[in-house]
Design a protein around this ligand. Structure first.
Ligand SMILES: [Zn+2]
Length: 576
C-alpha cells in the first residue's frame, strides 16, 4: 500500500504537502527517490513490453524482419534502462540508502542491475551486443539439423535417443545433434567479449559476476555454493552412476565402461537420465491423450490448488504445439513462459506432444505463469516483478513438475489406471535419475564451471571444447563416443549458453530448492511421506506457494526461504 500512497503524492506535485497526513513523515530524499522510481518503473514496463513482443515474434516466427524488429526494440529498452542520467541518479540516491525505505533500495539496486545489461555510457558497445545477441538467437532458432543428408527435428533426435537400441545409429544421431555448435561458435566468441565489456562499464569484473550479483553474490561465492552441492551429493551420485553404467552395459551388450558414453543416455547432454528404470516409463500411458489435454490438465492442477484460471489471452496468444510438417514457419523449440507486459499478458512457447516429458514440462512452464500472476499486484512495482531470485522461478515450476510425477496424481487424471500398483522404488529411483542427481552434476558442475571459466576466467576459444569435455568427464562421469576437437563447440549446442548466459546455476539451486519446498509441504502441511505425496486439490498447498510467489522480488531470497520453510538452502531434503 505504501507504494500507492507515494505514487499519488508524486502525481500531485502542486498540492500542499501538509494536506496529506502520510506525507509529513516522508523525507525530501525519500520523496526524490519516489518520484524517480515512478518514472523508472513506468519507462521500464512500457519498453519491456515493446521488447518482449518483438522477441516473441522473432522466437515464434524466425524471419529477418522479425530479427530486425527485435534488435531495434532491444536497443530502445537499453536506451532507457541504461540511460546515463538514470544511472547517475540511482548511484547518488544509493549513497544515502540508510535514509530510504527498504523497498526503495531494492528497486534502485534493480535499476542498476538492469542498467548494467545495456549501459549507455558506451552506446556503441551496447548496440554491438544487441546486434550480436539477435544474430545468435536467429542462428539458434533457425538451425536445421541433418542426419545422412536428411532433415531431422529436435523432437525426432530426442525420440530416437529415447527408443533406439542400435549403438551405431544412436552415435550418428548424437553427433548430428552437435552440428549446431560450429555454426554458433563465431557468434559466441564475439559475445564473450561484448558481454564482459558491457558488465565492466558499470564496474563488474565480468558478465558472470554481473549475473550472480542478482543473488547478492560474487562468482567465487556462487561457484563455492555449487561445489558444496556436489560435495554433499557425490557419494549418492557415485552409487547411481555405477548402477546406471552396469544397466546400460547390459542393455547394449557391451563391457562395463569406466565413464558412461554420452550416446548411451537418452538426453543429448546427459543432463537427465531418463528411460533407464524398468517400470517407471509413462510414455505409453499418454498414447490416447491430446497435446491440448496436456496443457489443460496442467492448468487444472493449479486451479485445484486455488489459483485462478489462466487469462483468456494466454490461450489466444500462446504458441503451444509443434509446427505441422511442411510448415514454412520456423520457431524456437525450447519451452519457455513469458510475462510480456509485466501485467496480464502471459504467454508460453512450447511444442507439446503427448508424452511424459511434455506432461511434466507443461506443469513446469505454467509454474512461471502462476508466479507472474501472483506478484502482478499494485504492492509489487514493475521493477520487482521477478522471482525472489531466478532460482525461485525455476524451483516453483520444478516443484509442480515433481508433483505431477506422483502416482496418485497420475491416477486422478487418468494417466495411470486406478488399480495401478506402483513399484515405489522404481519411481523413486527414476526421480533421482531424471530430476535430481545427474542434473546437479551437469548444472553445478559442467555448465557453471565452463561459463565461469569463459566469462570470469576469459578462457580462450581455442580451449573451449577441451575444457568442456574435461568437465563433463570430471563432474558427470561421461565421455564422448568419438574425439571432440576444437572444430566442434559442444557447449554452444545448449540453448542457454547462447541466449541465457551465466544463469544455469539457477537451475541447480532450483533443484535443491524444489526438494526443500516439497519436503516442507509433505511433512509440515499435508503430513504425508515426501516419497509419495499428492497435492492435487489441496488449497493449503496453494496458499503456501502463493505467499512465497506474491512477494516477487520485494524481499531478500534468503529471508523468503527461511520464513517459508524455517531452513537455509540445503541438500538435506534432496538426500532424504
Ligand atoms: Zn523454467
Amino acid at each position: 500500500m505504501k507504494y500507492l500512497i507515494l505514487s499519488l503524492v508524486a502525481a500531485l506535485p502542486f498540492l500542499g504537502l501538509a494536506a496529506f497526513a502520510d506525507v509529513a513523515t516522508i523525507s525530501p530524499l525519500q520523496d526524490r527517490a519516489d518520484r524517480f522510481l515512478n518514472l523508472a518503473n513506468a519507462g521500464y514496463q512500457g519498453l519491456y513490453k515493446v521488447q518482449s513482443v518483438a522477441q516473441w515474434d522473432a522466437a515464434t516466427d524466425v524471419t529477418p524482419a522479425h530479427d530486425a524488429a527485435s534488435e531495434t526494440a532491444g536497443y530502445a529498452l537499453a536506451a532507457f534502462t541504461g540511460n546515463t542520467a538514470l544511472i547517475n541518479e540511482t548511484k547518488e540516491l544509493l549513497q544515502h540508502r540508510d535514509q530510504l525505505q527498504p523497498l526503495t533500495v531494492l528497486q534502485l539496486q534493480r535499476v542498476l542491475l538492469n542498467a548494467a545489461e545495456g549501459p549507455m555510457t558506451n552506446p556503441k558497445l551496447v548496440l554491438a551486443r544487441v546486434a550480436a545477441e539477435t544474430q545468435q538467437a536467429s542462428t539458434l532458432n533457425s538451425f536445421v539439423f541433418h542426419l545422412n543428408g536428411k532433415v531431422i527435428t529436435a523432437n525426432e533426435i530426442d525420440d530416437c535417443l529415447a527408443t533406439n537400441r542400435d549403438l551405431a545409429e544412436r552415435q550418428a544421431v548424437w553427433e548430428a545433434s552437435k552440428l549446431s555448435g560450429p555454426a554458433l561458435k563465431p557468434g559466441l566468441v564475439k559475445l564473450q567479449k561484448l558481454r564482459n565489456g558491457v558488465a565492466q562499464e558499470l564496474g563488474y569484473p565480468d558478465y558472470f559476476n554481473l549475473q550472480v550479483a542478482g543473488y547478492g553474490m560474487t562468482t567465487p561465492q556462487m561457484v563455492a555454493l555449487q561445489d558444496d552441492f556436489m560435495r554433499e551429493l557425490r557419494p549418492l551420485y557415485l552409487q547411481l552412476h555405477t548402477w546406471v553404467k552396469y544397466e546400460l552395459a547390459k542393455k547394449y551388450h557391451q563391457p562395463v565402461p569406466q565413464l558412461i558414453p554420452a550416446h548411451w543416455l537418452n538426453n543429448r547432454w546427459s543432463q537427465d537420465w531418463s528411460g533407464i528404470v524398468e517400470g517407471a516409463s509413462l510414455d505409453a500411458r499418454f498414447k490416447d491423450k491430446s497435446p491440448e489435454w496436456m496443457v489443460k490438465t496442467a492448468e487444472q492442477f493449479y486451479t485445484g490448488l486455488g489459483f485462478a484460471k489462466l487469462p483468456e489471452s494466454f490461450w489466444a496468444l500462446s504458441d503451444l504445439y509443434p509446427l505441422k510438417p511442411g510448415d514454412a514457419r520456423k520457431k524456437n523449440t525450447h519451452a519457455s513462459c513469458w510475462h510480456i507486459d509485466l501485467d496480464q499478458d502471459i504467454r508460453s512457447l512450447m511444442s507439446v506432444e503427448a508424452n511424459a516429458e511434455w506432461f511434466h514440462t507443461a506443469h513446469h512452464e505454467l509454474g512461471h505463469a502462476y508466479y507472474f500472476m501472483s506478484y502482478t499486484r499494485p504492492e509489487v512495482p514493475p521493477l520487482l516483478r521477478i522471482g525472489a531470485n531466478p532460482a525461485f522461478h525455476e524451483g516453483m515450476g520444478e516443484l509442480i513438475s515433481l508433483a505431477s510425477s506422483q502416482v496418485s496424481y497420475l491416477q486422478s487424471v487418468g494417466v495411470l489406471p486406478r488399480d495401478f500398483t506402483a513399484d515405489q522404488n522404481a519411481f523413486l529411483l527414476d526421480d533421482a535419475l531424471q530430476r535430481a542427481l545427474p542434473f546437479i552434476f551437469w548444472s553445478s558442475g559442467t555448465m557453471t564451471h565452463w561459463e565461469a571459466d569463459v566469462y570470469a576466467g576469459n578462457l580462450g576459444p581455442d580451449q573451449w571444447n577441451a575444457r568442456w569435455w574435461d568437465y563433463v568427464k570430471k563432474f558427470q562421469g561421461i565421455q564422448p563416443p568419438s574425439p571432440r576437437g576444437e572444430e566442434f563447440c559442444d557447449a554452444a549446442t545448449k540453448t542457454h549458453i547462447n541466449d541465457n548466459p551465466c544463469y544455469y546455476y539457477s537451475y541447480a539451486i532450483a533443484t535443491v530448492l524444489k526438494f526443500q519446498l516439497h519436503d516442507h509441504i509433505a511433512r509440515k502441511i499435508l503430513h504425508q511421506p515426501p516419497q509419495n505425496c499428492d497435492y492435487a486439490g489441496r488449497r493449503e498447498v496453494g496458499d503456501f506457494l502463493r505467499q512465497i510467489m506474491a512477494k516477487g522480488g520485494t524481499e531478500d531470497w534468503r529471508k523468503v526461504l527461511r520464513d517459508a520453510t524455517g531452513e537455509d538452502l540445503s541438500t538435506r531434503a534432496m538426500m532424504d
